[in-house]
Design a binder for this molecule. Structure first.
Ligand code: ATP
Length: 181
């Protein structure tokens, strides 16, 4: 699956609307300490549905909204959009490009959108299940995560292989129908 673009606006250190276009091959983001490199990967995990403010290095979800600086006032909305190429229909949607968006307002309201249509978090989670893309999936490996993967409990390690082999969606549906029964 090919990540084409990420747009961040009012998210963490990205006060202004910032768009990063990715090309085929490897993209490296380089910059001094504290310049916001990890904020980009936080943005990717956030738009994919991350619910833990702590794992986004904040105290609560509103902490992801640009809080202002010496020269800039704080903003009231944080938003991230992720655009994936879907010409191969790897995502089960009849669009050649899929954009997922998450937005949070300072009053706590939040929205999720798929191709600009409002949706539920569950729709986004299901869309990416078994694709290897997801807030817990193996495609996003943050600082220190490799060590965690190597040293963590065997059940947690198994989760990574289940995601890669494409059975997570079936397992989660089975669990849901058992709960509903
Ligand atoms: P390192 O190389 O040290 O890991 P980095 O380039 O990955 O650094 P980040 O950790 O992504 O940098 O960025 C941290 C910066 O983001 C800090 O300067 C912090 O003040 C800023 N920041 C985080 N959240 C917000 C926010 N809500 N509003 C404004 N700035 C923020």
């Amino acid at each position: 699956m090919f990540l084409k673009r990420i747009e961040l606006s009012g998210f963490k250190s990205f006060a202004d609307r910032t768009e990063l276009e990715f090309v085929r091959g490897i993209t490296a983001v380089v910059g001094p300490n504290g310049s916001g490199k990890s904020n980009i990967s936080d943005g990717i995990r956030w738009v994919l549905g991350e619910q833990s403010a702590k794992s986004l290095r904040g105290g609560n979800m509103q902490d992801i909204i640009f809080a202002g600086s010496d020269s800039r006032k704080a903003v009231n909305i944080g938003e991230v959009s992720l655009t994936l190429d879907n010409q191969d229909k790897a995502l089960p949607l009849d669009f050649s490009e899929v954009t997922v968006t998450r937005r949070v307002h300072r009053n706590g309201d939040s929205e999720y959108l798929i191709n600009k249509q409002p949706c539920r978090l569950k729709d986004i989670t299901e869309l990416f299940m078994d694709t290897g893309i997801g807030k817990e999936a193996y495609s996003i490996i943050g600082q220190g995560r490799i060590e965690e993967i190597l040293s963590t409990r065997s059940e947690d390690r198994r989760g990574i292989f289940e995601e890669a082999s494409g059975i997570v969606k079936y397992k989660s549906r089975k669990k849901r129908s058992a709960e509903e029964a």
